[in-house]
Write a protein that binds this ligand. Structure first.
Ligand SMILES: *[C@@H]1O[C@H](CO)[C@@H](O)[C@H](O)[C@H]1NC(C)=O
Ligand SMILES: *[C@@H]1O[C@H](CO)[C@@H](O)[C@H](O)[C@H]1NC(C)=O
Ligand SMILES: *[C@@H]1O[C@H](CO)[C@@H](O)[C@H](O)[C@H]1NC(C)=O
Ligand SMILES: *[C@@H]1O[C@H](CO)[C@@H](O)[C@H](O)[C@H]1NC(C)=O
Ligand SMILES: *[C@@H]1O[C@H](CO)[C@@H](O)[C@H](O)[C@H]1NC(C)=O
Ligand SMILES: *[C@@H]1O[C@H](CO)[C@@H](O)[C@H](O)[C@H]1NC(C)=O
Ligand SMILES: *[C@@H]1O[C@H](CO)[C@@H](O)[C@H](O)[C@H]1NC(C)=O
Ligand SMILES: *[C@@H]1O[C@H](CO)[C@@H](O)[C@H](O)[C@H]1NC(C)=O
Length: 656
């Protein structure tokens, strides 16, 4: 799989497009740097006691990313083992699961990764620092995991035929029994929206949560349509994929002289000819029923052919579907942000250059500057493929939870895995560039492991809260450093707003000091489930205990102690919704927090009571209510609540 797209090009009032091919490439592996998490970040002395469980397609144990040079013996609590190959002090557990017929004759019956995906995800989370890693010279730089001192335990459930639910549930239960600290799950139900009691991932994650283990799961790659997230349980983390900036190496020159570099995927020599440039969002086929928010992704059928004729098109993201001969014969050029030039060249039979998301954005603002106003927007934003909320199971719980880089991610690969997925492709690589929420998920896994290394006793809900309330959507009106990670997500780029990015892109440095957390435990989730009307039998499939539905065991979804607030409304009549929340002080013992609510221009009131919370000790809890009332006929209304003493907390109210 690959993704990303960004088309671009020249034009507009005599703008020039230069497609000048260059061969050598030097890039760094930059997703961690991009989100402000440098190599020399402060580390906890117990990071090497943290065990990251990865349920995926296995691992390539000989990869440099998992060498155990410098590692001591596994943490004493560890009970796991390795099947088929010998563990080292980095990969301390490796098991495969093949209940029934899930593994077949094309598979290596072993936790060894013949595909590459599991190796990639494990190394994003916890791979060693590897200098000079690259994919055919692309992305050259230091490949590193977010918690490089942590240990890895792999549970292989994904085979050539797919990942089977029975295997996954067994893998969860063994990972829990072995003693992992965090579970990373770069997989999900495809196109199904199981109820929680039928959802293997939700059930496995519930068992993990009971034992204090947080599960971080990829939100899915079915965006940008709404209602495409399939993992919706509030006790796990649902991770969207955001973009990072990268430099690539074919030059494109705009009319104002600005030069951008992108990956050359074209064999065409443009001889510096200039063409007009058009932003795909400005070329919707209106008679076909399309608008800018669709067209900007460059789906062929959405574009007005007459408007793009003879021009170079700038697209925001990966088109759903590709251009056919019909459009190829008309447009002058296209830039493709795919990390795999070969695939892109196969697809596009016309001049094309891949740019970083950031440059694409800058060029978009350039177009805006010269043709329209008010369209300026800056990375990061959510890739189009990343699945969107709202939550199809419980509309009043916001999904996704948050976002992390999931585009152009260089990480370890299996040398026997296919590079392109195309049969007959004999190329072998040890590092590969991939996109997907699969790549975003282990970034969050690592950030959660990083929190755990500073706060070993924090619950899964507290860790989730810390990750969300420090996301870059948090404190959005405290603004805003253009061009770096403190820039909030953009609703211009992502009109689906919180349904695309949740609490925004993680900030792994801030996460260890959130000030306050919204904590929750098993009983809170059980109350929520009873409140959803599930019967005892169904709930016990999730909880695996003998909890009963009694009167004091029923809670509303609005009182589940989440760091987000969501109201689903399907009428425009007046409504009132009251949320109860409790925050726990994890900051300084004596502190006073004031509520700051950003109110969007709408007919809705947002009230917080009390609006000052004073603490006198660490661990102290304080409750407040948040009342949301009014009426609306707008698609999404977003507001944020910040508990401010220099530390930010947030909440959202989303109306649908
Ligand atoms: C973002 O920009 C501000 C202002 O230039 C700077 O202080 C801050 O360190 C930057 N943050 C990152 C993550 O680069
Ligand atoms: C791995 O071990 C299992 C159980 O011992 C065995 O059945 C299987 O053939 C082994 N796989 C390989 C590739 O050797
Ligand atoms: C670019 O120049 C070369 C050599 O002068 C020529 O063969 C080619 O057709 C030109 N390409 C375009 C797109 O004009
Ligand atoms: C295109 O323009 C660049 C920069 O102005 C120049 O270096 C290069 O030689 C030109 N290429 C051709 C084929 O004219
Ligand atoms: C717009 O879409 C309609 C229906 O798909 C199609 O018939 C028409 O040719 C398109 N118009 C342009 C200008 O691309
Ligand atoms: C744009 O089109 C999409 C898909 O048809 C639709 O959901 C959305 O509401 C439209 N947006 C606007 C601003 O009309
Ligand atoms: C739940 O009810 C069943 C039967 O009514 C009883 O056996 C069990 O002990 C109860 N469990 C709890 C946790 O109260
Ligand atoms: C609106 O929501 C209410 C409760 O949330 C539900 O009972 C009703 O069926 C919904 N109506 C429509 C038209 O979706």
């Amino acid at each position: 799989m690959i993704f990303l797209y960004i088309f671009l090009c020249s034009g507009l009032e005599g703008v020039v497009s230069v497609f000048e091919n260059r061969k050598s490439v030097l890039q760094t592996t930059k997703s961690w740097d991009f989100i402000g998490f440098p190599q020399n970040v402060k580390r906890s002395s117990i990071e090497s006691d943290i065990i990251v469980g990865v349920i995926d397609s296995g691992i390539w144990p000989e990869s440099d990313s998992f060498s155990d040079k410098g590692f001591g013996p596994p943490p004493r609590k560890w009970k796991g083992t390795c099947h088929n190959f010998t563990c080292n002090n980095k990969i301390i557990g490796a098991k495969y699961f093949c209940i029934g017929d899930s593994c077949g004759k094309d598979d290596i019956i072993s936790p060894r990764d013949s595909e590459g995906h599991g190796t990639h995800c494990a190394s994003i989370a916890a791979g060693n620092l590897i200098e000079s890693a690259s994919f055919f010279g692309l992305g050259k730089g230091t490949a590193r995991g977010g918690v490089p001192s942590a240990r890895v335990a792999v549970y292989k459930t994904c085979w050539s035929s797919g990942c089977v639910y029975a295997d996954i549930l067994k893998a969860f239960d063994e990972a829990i029994a072995d003693g992992v600290d965090i579970i990373s799950l770069s997989q999900g139900s495809d196109g199904e929206f199981p109820n929680y009691f039928e959802d293997t991932y939700a059930i496995g994650a519930f068992h993990a949560m009971k034992k204090g283990i947080l599960t971080s799961q990829a939100a899915g790659n079915s965006g940008p349509d709404l209602y495409t997230i399939t993992n919706n349980a509030p006790w796990l983390l649902s991770v969207a994929a955001s973009t990072i900036d990268r430099k690539f190496l074919t030059r494109v020159q705009l009319g104002d002289g600005t030069v951008y570099e992108g990956v050359s995927v074209n064999s065409f020599d443009q001889n510096n000819t200039s063409y007009p440039l058009i932003y795909a969002g400005d070329a919707p086929n209106i008679t076909g029923g399309y608008n800018s928010s669709v067209t900007r992704f460059c789906q062929e059928s959405s574009i007005d052919e007459d408007l793009v004729k003879g021009k170079i098109i700038l697209c925001n993201d990966f088109p759903r579907g590709t251009f056919t001969e019909r459009l190829i014969s008309k447009v002058a050029g296209i830039l493709v942000g795919s990390p795999l030039p070969k695939d892109v060249a196969d697809i596009f039979a016309l001049p094309a250059v891949s740019l970083s998301q950031k440059d694409g954005t800058l060029i978009q603002s350039y177009i805006s500057l010269t043709s329209h106003e008010g369209k300026d927007s800056l990375a990061p934003y959510i890739a189009s493929f990343s699945s969107r909320g709202p939550n199809a199971i419980t509309a009043d719980i916001l999904m996704p939870d948050l976002a992390a880089p999931g585009v152009n991610i260089l990480a370890a690969w299996s040398p026997i895995g296919s590079v392109s997925g195309v049969k007959g492709d004999k190329r072998k690589v040890n590092y590969h560039i991939m996109y997907g929420t699969s790549m975003a998920c282990p970034h969050v896994t690592a950030a959660a492991a990083y929190i755990k290394s500073f706060h070993p006793d924090w619950s899964p809900a507290a860790i989730k809260s810390a990750l969300m309330t420090t996301g870059n959507e948090c404190g959005w009106n405290n603004l805003v450093h253009p061009l770096n990670n403190s820039t909030p997500m953009s609703v211009t780029r992502n009109p689906e707003a919180e349904f695309a990015f949740g609490a925004g892109q993680i900030d792994p440095v801030k996460v260890v000091n959130p000030g306050l957390v919204y904590d929750a435990n098993e009983i809170d989730y059980v109350k929520f489930l009873y409140g959803q009307g599930y019967d005892t039998k169904k709930i016990r499939t999730i909880t695996a205990d003998n909890s009963n539905c009694t009167q004091d065991n029923i809670g509303t979804v609005w009182d589940l102690n989440l760091p987000s607030f969501t109201v689903y409304m399907n009428t425009s009549t007046f409504f009132t919704r009251v949320f109860h929340r409790t925050v726990t002080n994890v900051g300084s013992a004596t502190s006073e927090y004031r509520a700051r609510v950003t109110t969007p221009p709408s007919l809705i009131n947002f009230k917080v009571e009390p609006d000052v919370l004073s603490f006198s000790s660490v661990g102290q809890k304080k409750s407040f209510t948040r009342t949301i009332e009014g009426r609306t006929n707008v698609g999404i209304v977003s507001s944020s609540l910040i508990w401010d003493d220099g530390t930010f907390q947030l909440g959202f109210a989303d109306e649908d």
